[in-house]
Design a protein around this ligand. Sequence first.
Ligand code: ADP
Length: 501
Amino acid sequence: MFRYGLRSQLAFNLGVVMFLASMGLSFLALYVEQVRDIRMRRRHIQEVARFLESGWRTHQAPSLSDQNRLRWMHRWMVTLERFRPEAALCLDERGKLLWQLGRFSAKEKVSQLTQMNRVYQSRWITRIEPDRRGEVWERVIPLRHERGQIGLMWVRWRIAVDRQEFFAYQTLLLFYLFLFCLVLLLLILLFLTRRFVKPLERLGQAMERLAQKGRSDGLDREVTRQDELGDLARSFLEMETILQAHQAAREAQLHALREANETLQRAQDELIQREKLSSIGQMAAGVAHEVGNPLSAIIGYSDLLKTSDTWGDMEKDLAVRIEKEAKRIDRIIRELLDYARPKHAKSAACLPQQAILETIELLRLQPRFRQMKLHQEIQDGLPNLHIEESSLMQVLINLLLNAADACKGKGEIWLSAYQESQEQTPHPWVIISIEDDGPGISADLQKKIFEPFFTTKDPGKGVGLGLAICQRTILEAGGSLRIEKGTRSPTGAIFLIRLPS
Ligand code: ADP
């Protein structure tokens, strides 16, 4: 779309100025030319008149017989014709008309001339014609002889501008002036564009870059200028530096705020978790107390029944089933107690590399891991962690078994451990990540899986306490356990354990 930008404005305004200037100049030039032309014609006429007068004096007739004089005067008429007068006439000393040139009423003119006291001084009679056809110049030239005056000549010239010639000259002048103004306009535009419009455009682009990328580059040429544009570029760069400093400060504040928010969130989660723990713990303790003893009795009696000789096969089978279900209840109660019981995991120190390798060794023998491919990437020289080795192993076993379950026993697991920051800080954090290429965990489920008793497994296969216990153990050690979307496979989940050293 057409934009009435600086270039167009300059072109338009300069064009108007140039047009007006060229018009003014051409009118001025035409006027001067007109004046000059008229002056030249005047001078020409004066010279002609002088020539005629002097001609009379120097070429006097040798004899003044009437016949000679007549011939002589006619010769001058021919000479005079060459100077193109509008009108002319010649009288003898008695006032008789000898000849006339041009169409006019000679009679009237003759009477006019004879009335002038018969003393004919050489003088100009100039006047401007009312119809503006030009200036009219008249000259009365006395014809003298040593005997005295022998007659007189009257000549009239008209000084007027030749319109046709003038129009041709006017057109030519206008054409050249237009051409000159066009070239001048282009040169001025080129200069102004290079000197002002381009730098302004570059400044605008730098501002856009600053707004989009936070950096303006390429103002070197403008900065070295010693004029107002240079000042503008320098102020702009100063402003950029200040802006960048503000931006950096804001980012640092934002980062600090985010970290504080994360810490707060973690503390809040921890508090909720602890509250849950204490209520579940109380309940579990009560249940364990109330249910534990009768459950032990049931398990004992069913054991007795299954080995008794007086019972048939069907009864013994029923006793085995009772014992199995009772043991399941017992396991759940123990897990519940395990979840609720406070631990002192922070007191011990463990080498993460050792705990990870031992866990892998243990799980390799498991039937669930037979067809699983386990990749490990453990950074050398990881610092000691403030957690009991068995607790960390329990967490790792839980997560690895869950990963194998998610992959249905056939898939890949990537286990890696590394120091969070490469900088040498006194207490670096260690990250242990367990990633699988299973179906992953939807955003909805991610919010629930750390809840106690949440499971998607079939009844009898999962209790839903594994992840809750893992999280509690890691929280107790001052760390965090979170879940993210896997990066190595399109689906898959990744569990990140973050522990302080
Ligand atoms: P359980 O294993 O007894 O079900 P958990 O607390 O260990 O209890 O796990 C809770 C739920 O989290 C599981 O039922 C499962 O749906 C989901 N889960 C855990 N680990 C993964 C994983 N690696 N991939 C997909 N789902 C998982």
